[in-house]
Design a binder for this molecule. Structure first.
Ligand code: HEC
Length: 126
């Protein structure tokens, strides 16, 4: 009985220690890469506006336009993961990761989700 309580008490402590370690690691990484500061704003919106818009804004090379609800809905019907996978590898006229090799999978997916959300919130044509 007593050992159970000790274990329960140890859990938050272990989690706390992990968080401190992660924070230290993040601080180390940040210190080691001062040049990355310029690229620090990697929110979905800024990634899309910095890069994806190049083709997805105008529909260059037949990229699904950011305001094309039908095109995005059709593509997204295979699921976000499948969509992301193809786009990460490169897909027809689209370079791998949209030419942003520095993006993590999560950042890339967020950028896709951002464009998809924009597209489906655009009123349908007709
Ligand atoms: C150089 C032009 C270009 C850039 C830059 C670009 N794309 Fe694309 N993208 C395309 C083209 C062209 C297609 C259509 C390919 C096709 O028909 O399968 C496409 C298709 C896609 C698709 C749909 C893939 C599918 O399976 O239907 C996704 C998702 C996507 N792009 C995400 C992105 C994201 C996120 C970025 C920015 C990080 C980006 N793209 C930047 C040209 C581009």
């Amino acid at each position: 009985m007593k050992s159970k309580i000790v274990m329960l008490l140890a859990i938050p402590f272990a989690i706390g220690a992990g968080t401190v370690q992660a924070a230290e690691k993040a601080a180390e990484t940040a210190a080691a890469a001062p040049a990355a500061a310029a690229a620090s704003d990697r929110s979905a919106e800024s990634v899309v506006n910095a890069k994806c818009i190049e083709c997805h804004g105008s529909g260059k090379k037949h990229a699904p336009r950011i305001d094309d609800r039908e095109d995005w809905t059709k593509r997204a019907s295979k699921g976000l993961d499948a969509l992301a996978l193809g786009a990460i590898r490169g897909h027809h006229g689209m370079p791998a990761r949209g030419g942003r090799a520095d993006l993590t999978d999560a950042e890339f997916k967020n950028a896709i989700f951002y464009m998809f959300t924009k597209a489906v919130s655009t009123p349908a044509k007709k």
